[in-house]
Design a protein around this ligand. Structure first.
Ligand code: IMP
Ligand code: MG
Length: 180
């Protein structure tokens, strides 16, 4: 185990690999014959994004955007800031937003509105993880890897106070770490 801050492994490397392949197949089928702009939400989705994009068939462009609703803590502060915008024009494009986890849904609700305002032809969301019990908006993902309970997870791109993104599996952080 990497650290005494970790409670347990929730999703193993092997499970991640299988799930990413499944999602890749589903998405490729869904967008068959259409071109796609795959938008990575920095920083958390970067690891999942680089695995997923290699499972996508067809005509794919990539982009990056960085929105923040977290202030180095384990709970959302509810306000979304656009830290770093994407470079491409989304007008008329089919955008697939790739996220690490949907929690309250506030970040993605903000982003979907932004992309629609900018004239995207379609906007869908693929998130590796989903914590539906924490939702504060109507938002639902279109492609979801795993639904998980209300626990704070780290690894595979997900951080706690900017650490642990490099862990190759998804682990549960000990409650005493983020509730202290
Ligand atoms: P939302 O706007 O509340 O849905 O925020 C989603 C963002 O919160 C994700 O992209 C993550 O950066 C962060 N987040 C939510 N839950 C967790 C977690 O369990 N571990 C790490 N980051 C999380
Ligand atoms: Mg994030």
């Amino acid at each position: 185990m990497y650290s005494d801050k970790i409670e347990r492994v929730l999703i193993t490397k092997e499970q991640i690999k299988t799930k990413v392949e499944e999602l890749g197949k589903q998405i490729s089928k869904d967008y068959e014959g259409k071109s796609l702009l795959v938008l990575c939400m920095l920083k958390g989705a970067s690891v999942f994004f680089s695995d997923l994009m290699r499972e996508l068939k067809g005509d794919v462009e990539i982009e990056f955007i960085y929105l923040s609703s977290y202030k180095a803590a384990a709970r959302s502060c509810g306000e979304v800031t656009l830290v770093k915008d994407m470079e491409s024009d989304v007008d008329g494009k089919n955008v697939l937003v790739v996220e690490d986890i949907i929690d309250t849904g506030l970040t993605l609700t903000y982003l979907k509105k932004l992309l629609e305002t900018r004239g995207a032809n379609s906007v869908k969301v693929c998130s590796f993880l989903d914590k539906p019990s924490r939702r504060e908006t109507e938002l639902e993902g279109d492609f979801i890897g795993y639904e998980i309970p209300d626990e704070f997870v780290i690894g595979y791109g997900l951080d706690y106070a900017e650490k642990f993104r490099n862990l190759p599996e998804i682990c549960v952080l000990k409650r005493e770490v983020y509730e202290k």
